[in-house]
Design a binder for this molecule. Structure first.
Ligand code: DX5
Ligand code: ZN
Length: 216
């Protein structure tokens, strides 16, 4: 299966968001939307006003990455927005993780489980079979434009091996510092979806960059 590219709107031009969303409709596989609450991560991004507006014109699946302390509060609201993919962090959900994954699925969305780089990847293993995708952060959640953490490659390979061993179909999404240097190694390690913010939106030709990442 070829890599799917999910550009992160966090790096888009917020004064001309319609232009960037239309470019993603033409060129991307998925539209990644980073929702931060200023508590789970030391930054705030955007909330429903932006997600609602993007939903009106997006023709590619919307992938909301919740970096918030109470993910359960917002699951119904994102379902109303017809979000196709919704992820939250294991660190925020703890023992409620299975319950939240089931709730997301019950509302017709794909359920994603995210972890920061300091959470052992084996903590995801109990949820294989309950999640549609796992989001491996390759930087600490909170900001775009950070440097890729190379240890992420081993973490992805370990998760891929465990998913395959169990005969499950879950996808692995990688988020943070993705660029042309690490895209090939990420695919080889077993990643299926690459999130890329700065690499896409700071490129001279964002559409060409999306294709290059996909072919990496
Ligand atoms: C970081 C976000 C990422 C971010 C990626 O907390 O989850 O999705 O936008 O940006 P880059 O690709 O610039 O690292
Ligand atoms: Zn993200």
């Amino acid at each position: 299966m070829s890599l799917q590219i999910a550009p992160s709107l966090l790096a888009a031009d917020f004064l001309h968001l319609d232009k960037d969303v239309r470019m993603l409709n033409e060129n991307a596989d998925i539209i990644h939307l980073d929702v931060m609450d200023g508590t789970f991560v030391p930054n705030m991004s955007f909330g429903f006003s932006v997600v609602d507006a993007v939903s009106k014109i997006a023709t590619k699946p919307k992938d909301v990455h919740m970096m918030v302390v109470h993910p359960e509060r917002w699951i119904d609201r994102f379902a109303q927005d017809k979000v196709e993919m919704l992820s939250f962090h294991l660190e925020a959900a703890r023992c409620k993780t299975g319950k939240y994954l089931a709730k997301i699925r019950s509302l017709g969305m794909k359920a994603g489980l995210a972890i920061d780089p300091d959470v052992p990847v084996r903590r995801l293993f109990p949820y294989i079979g309950q999640a549609d995708y796992f989001l491996i952060m390759s930087v600490f959640a909170g900001f775009g434009g950070q440097k890729f953490i190379y240890d992420s490659l081993d973490r992805i390979a370990a998760l891929r091996a465990e998913i395959d061993k169990r005969g499950d179909k879950a996808l692995i999404e990688v988020d943070g510092g993705v660029d042309m240097e690490n895209a090939g190694p990420l695919r080889e390690a077993g990643a299926n979806i690459l999130v890329a913010g700065s690499t896409v939106f700071k490129a001279a030709d964002p559409a060409a960059m999306i294709s290059s990442l996909r072919e990496a």
